[in-house]
Design a protein around this ligand. Structure first.
Ligand SMILES: [Zn+2]
Length: 74
């Protein structure tokens, strides 16, 4: 067993394919990214994709579920 600590990923060392979910306050020490494996095509890991999806839904109270979908001529 190695005593390898998982490196904290910040703006400076986050790599492609790592979850960009921010943890903490960017203006404070200790801020870092989740850095789990990204879902292909997404900036976040599976868990954070789910969280961001819920957050986006909760953020738009104006989108009434009662409204019928409308079509636009393309
Ligand atoms: Zn994540």
């Amino acid at each position: 067993m190695t005593a390898k600590t998982k490196a904290v990923k910040t703006m400076a060392n986050i790599e492609a394919g790592e979850c960009r979910w921010p943890i903490g306050d960017p203006r404070q020490e200790g801020f870092h990214f989740c850095a789990d494996s990204q879902v292909p095509g997404r900036p976040y890991c599976a868990a954070h994709c789910a969280v961001s999806f819920e957050a986006a839904r909760a953020k738009s109270p104006s989108s009434s579920p009662g409204l019928p979908p409308y079509r636009r001529a393309a």
